[in-house]
Design a protein around this ligand. Structure first.
Ligand SMILES: Cc1cc2nc3c(=O)[nH]c(=O)nc-3n(C[C@H](O)[C@H](O)[C@H](O)COP(=O)(O)OP(=O)(O)OC[C@H]3O[C@@H](n4cnc5c(N)ncnc54)[C@H](O)[C@@H]3O)c2cc1C
Length: 470
């Protein structure tokens, strides 16, 4: 048997900075997935799993592999509107989830900054949201999942049945098997609105102090940092806190819980079609332009916006990045990478300040910097610590590529020294030895042992797994 050439498609990481071509299959049933795994086995070709392809880097890529794209598996298998428990196929997206359940008064307990990721991909990376301190990761809300091994064996995993494997599969970036079904518990909401409070922080110390102080009182806490600021203004930025409304606070909950009420407006400021906004931003996508954008955002937020309170729809607050469709195209032709490191509380100010300084000295300040507060979770390959994460976006250009990868290595060394972690969903440049060194208790070796047991021929692969696990 020969893999048909017409199946060979070019694919990219979401950030468009890395790519590979693969034999793409888009099954819609379990039997079809089994058939693809069998075909790949017979041909001796590795398989890479893919959800919506929203990982910034090389997580869902592998050169000349069979690509098992699960985005057509979008069925909701069962829904209990009393208990808020939903059972879905792996291609159901975050958007699919909230659109299905909101009318009954439920919202996903954890959502990402875009609503496009699929649940199989979200579980494989164990994603977090702006409420990670309060609610943990998506794995904390998964009750049960089906795992299809590379040899076609299907098993159901949960905290009660095979808990070790359950906690290893979630967060193991698709290396132990295909998640073909998941049962999740959603969160009860009494309104489709949240109350948002905006604050400004004059430097990194006060940014960390405010986020830490507010984290127990608000469901969502997120900081934005002006990565161009320096000296005593280093780390200055804006903080957004948000909470769900209690019963009775929203006079028209039946209306705000309707999907149509949540949909993002088709224009910005009532005039500019959202689809066109990225073109307007493009001329500013360079260092002076982004310095200006960051400065303007900080000045507005720290004057007019400071200490304001307002209401927003859940979708508007949660998926700010979806507001500008196709915004990543401002980074063409080279694309962008993101580096998100997780640092324990005690060393956060020192390490994050040093990272921002490293970027500045390298002449590569991050165009977009986002801070979150995290708590540890019980999953084997967890990226979370009791501390802060800082996600930094960088444009990639041919002349700067090597220097950028070197900058990420330098930032990663600081994180490892401080006992921090990295997030594979956002990564493409952390060297494998630093990733492995970030685990003090031999978790990568444990994952390797499980892989030898579940996938002895190492049929499941990815460029990310080869880079990080060696
Ligand atoms: C604009 C933007 C904002 C984001 N914001 C956040 C955020 O706030 N928080 C956060 O945590 N992440 C965030 N992310 C990252 C994103 O949520 C993760 O990368 C997520 O894994 C993407 O899901 P996906 O379906 O696109 O998976 P893919 O990117 O396609 O795949 C991710 C991994 O999952 C594996 N995989 C896919 N499907 C399966 C399956 N069925 N079974 C087993 N393994 C599988 C793949 O092999 C790969 O290793 C953001 C990404 C973008 C682009």
């Amino acid at each position: 048997m020969v893999l048909p050439g017409d199946r060979l498609e070019p694919l990219q990481g979401w950030g468009m900075a890395v790519s590979s071509a693969g034999y793409v299959y888009r099954p819609s049933t379990l039997d079809q997935i089994r058939a693809v795994l069998e075909l790949a086995g017979a041909e001796g070709v590795p398989v890479v799993l893919r959800g919506s392809g929203c990982s910034y880097g090389d997580a869902a890529l592998a050169p000349e592999a069979v690509v098992l794209d699960l985005s057509r598996m979008t069925r909701v298998l069962s829904w209990d509107p009393e208990a808020g428990i939903i059972e879905v196929e792996p291609g159901v997206t975050i958007a699919g989830l909230w659109r299905y359940a909101l009318g009954d008064g439920w919202w996903p307990a954890v959502v990402t900054g875009t609503m496009e990721p699929a649940l199989g991909g979200c579980l494989a990376m164990n994603v977090h949201g702006k409420n990670c301190w309060q609610r943990g990761t998506i794995g904390d809300h998964c009750l049960e999942l089906d795992l299809l091994r590379a040899d076609g064996t299907l098993e159901t995993l949960s905290r009660e049945h095979e808990p070790e494997l359950f906690h290893a599969v979630i967060g193991s970036f698709g290396q132990l098997g295909v998640v073909t079904r998941a049962r999740l518990r959603l969160k009860r909401v009494h309104s489709g609105l949240v109350e948002v409070r905006a604050l400004a922080a004059r430097d990194l110390g006060s940014m960390l102090e405010i986020v830490d102080r507010e984290k127990d009182d608000w469901e969502y806490v997120v900081g934005w940092i002006d990565a161009f600021a320096r000296g005593r203004r280093l780390g200055r930025g804006l903080i957004h806190l948000a909470r769900h409304l209690e019963p009775g606070e929203d006079q028209t909950p039946a209306q705000s819980l309707r999907v149509e009420h949540q949909d993002l407006p088709s224009t910005i400021a009532g005039v500019v079609p959202r689809e066109l906004v990225w073109r307007g931003l493009r001329p500013l996508t360079n260092r002076p332009g982004m310095r200006l954008v960051n400065l303007a955002k900080y000045l507005l937020g720290s004057t007019l916006g400071h200490e304001t309170t307002y209401r927003q729809s859940l979708a508007e607050f949660s998926f700010l990045l979806d507001y500008v469709p196709g915004w990543k195209r401002i980074y063409l032709p080279g694309g962008l990478i993101q580096h998100q490191s997780f640092v324990p509380v005690a060393s956060a100010e020192r390490v994050l300040a040093a990272q921002l300084e490293l970027c500045r000295r390298a002449g590569m300040p991050s165009f977009l910097a986002v801070l979150k507060r995290h708590r540890p979770d019980p999953f084997l390959m967890t990226h979370a610590v009791d501390g802060f994460s800082l996600a930094l976006d960088f444009p990639v250009t041919a002349p700067s590529r090597d220097r950028l990868w070197d900058l990420v290595r330098q930032m990663a060394e600081l994180v490892v020294e401080a006992g921090g972690r990295f997030y594979p969903a956002k990564d493409v440049a952390v060297p494998g030895e630093l990733y492995r060194a970030s685990f003090a208790d031999g978790q990568p070796a444990h994952l390797a042992r499980l892989k030898d047991r579940l996938d002895p021929e190492h049929r499941l692969t990815s460029a990310l797994a080869s880079r990080l696990l060696g």
